[in-house]
Design a protein around this ligand. Structure first.
Ligand code: ADP
Length: 450
């Protein structure tokens, strides 16, 4: 139950807004939905206690428009903001305005967001915290500098935008010629996409795994890790399917990764729910890549295996409550897999919005579906193409895979193409089944160029 916060405005839309409303209600709080004109038929604004339209469809003038959101806070008398993921979730300016206006931002402090949002600074912090990082460079501005660092690191190198995110703004250079050609392109891209042209270099690990650790940290210095998530099924660095725990790492490695994540969180004074992301090589060496100080799309696989409601804890921590879960009590039980169902062509991944003409949502033991769609719902073309998350739990990985197949086949979703057929292919893939698959699997085998 909440002690200080009463009314929470959700500065988001879609499934995560629905997810937040559920936890807010269960904690005895009041939920306030904001929505754009394109979302007037959206379920999140219908199920919230109060709803308020904040502007036209384009995100820049609605979900990203700080003055409109603050006006909504004022009108509805909200005392806290739940940012979700994307939009303003990792915008330090927004968090700072909330701090100054005495609105509780449900997330880390603005200075922590600033630090973790800058990948180059976060790398440095990780090194200071004794967390292994991929060999790399500080931000480079000239080609000369870049060439010197790249020689030291060894090719191939990955050019990354310091302010990057969402899998965008990364370029691989295999030799000096490529670096010479790609550096200015990457800098320009970083400037246009993130308004910050700083880039840095990292050793490009060929065929790695992406494994991340979920943590919770309260305002009293308690930090725990809730196990790991394997997120190596990616297309162009964007996750499509996630599982917990990773079928690849040992409990010993898992524990060391968890402890490294906690060390990092403590070092940067993190509070709330966060994820520390690592690249893991074939020998199970792990290297820090970044920290996300917000809820992640894939958080349900951790909830399903640990029994801990992460969104609830995020809110309770912001409410000033102390963590009651202790590290020694946290166990990952069984296995969970999340399938991101996107309104996209399953071969080309080109967005394919439409109207939900027929819908049947799978159910039964071990199934969870987080979604905002309903029969007759028209998917607005302005936002992310994620329309549902199917999460399955099994007592072991084999059972979770079989349950996944059963649920994906049961899902009826007509009116447009979705990624359901893609997920069914992955569940039959030998490399996936072996558990040894890496981040290159999808791009290598499953993308049909059109
Ligand atoms: P973003 O914040 O844009 O998501 P990340 O740094 O989290 O960027 O990286 C996204 C993905 O890019 C990772 O999951 C991984 O697949 C790939 N990646 C990142 N750094 C490296 C690296 N040094 N070597 C190989 N792959 C990498």
């Amino acid at each position: 139950m909440l002690k200080n916060i009463k009314r929470i405005l959700i500065a988001n839309r879609g499934e995560i807004a629905v997810r937040a409303i559920r936890s807010i209600r269960e904690l005895g709080g009041e939920s306030i939905a904001i929505y754009s004109e394109a979302d007037k038929n959206s379920i999140h604004q219908e199920i919230a206690d109060i709803s308020i339209c904040i502007g036209p469809p384009q995100a820049e003038i609605s979900y990203l428009n700080i003055p409109s959101i603050l006006a909504a806070v004022e009108i509805t008398n909200a005392d806290a903001i739940y940012p979700g993921y994307g939009f303003l979730a990792e915008n330090p300016k927004f968090a700072e305005i909330c701090e100054k206006s005495e609105i509780t931002f449900i997330g880390p402090r603005s200075d922590t967001i600033k630090l973790t949002g800058d990948k180059a600074e976060a790398r440095e912090a990780a090194q200071q915290a004794g967390v292994p990082v991929i060999p790399g460079s500080p931000p480079v501005s000239t080609l000369k500098e870049a060439l010197i660092y790249a020689r030291k690191i060894g090719y191939p190198v990955l050019i990354k935008a310091a302010a990057g995110g969402g899998g965008r703004g990364m370029r691989v250079a295999h030799n000096e010629q490529e670096l010479t050609r790609l550096l200015p392109i990457a800098q320009r891209e970083a400037e246009t996409s993130f308004g910050d042209e700083r880039v840095y270099l990292e050793k490009f690990i060929t065929d790695p795994k992406h494994i991340e650790i979920q943590i919770l940290a309260d305002e009293y210095g308690n930090v725990v890790y809730l196990g790991d998530r394997e997120c190596s099924i990616q297309r162009r660095h964007q996750k499509l399917l996630e599982e917990a725990p990773s079928p690849f790492i040992t409990d010993e490695v898992r524990k060391r990764m968890g402890e490294a994540a906690v060390r990092f969180a403590k070092h940067v004074g993190f509070t709330g729910a966060g994820t520390v992301e690592f690249i893991v090589d074939r020998d199970r060496n792990f290297y820090f890549i970044e920290m996300n100080g917000r809820i992640q799309v894939e958080h349900p696989v951790t909830e399903m295996t640990t029994g801990i409601d992460i969104v609830s804890w995020q809110i309770r921590i912001a409410d000033g409550q102390e963590l009651t879960v202790r590290q020694e009590d946290i166990k990952q039980v069984g296995h969970a897999i999340e399938f991101r169902i996107n309104a996209e062509d399953p071969d080309s991944f080109i967005p394919n919005p439409g109207t939900v003409e027929r819908l049947y949502i799978p159910g039964g033991y071990g199934i969870r579906v987080d979604t905002h769609i309903y029969q007759g719902y028209e998917i607005p073309p302005y936002y992310d193409s994620l329309i549902a998350k199917l999460i399955v739990w099994g007592k072991n990985r084999e059972e979770a895979v079989e349950r996944g197949k059963r649920a994906l086949r049961e899902f009826i979703l007509e009116g447009f193409k979705t990624t359901i057929p893609f997920h069914l292919r992955i569940l039959d893939d030998e490399e996936f089944i072996s558990g040894k698959y890496t981040t290159t699997l999808v791009d290598k085998k499953y993308i049909k160029q059109k």
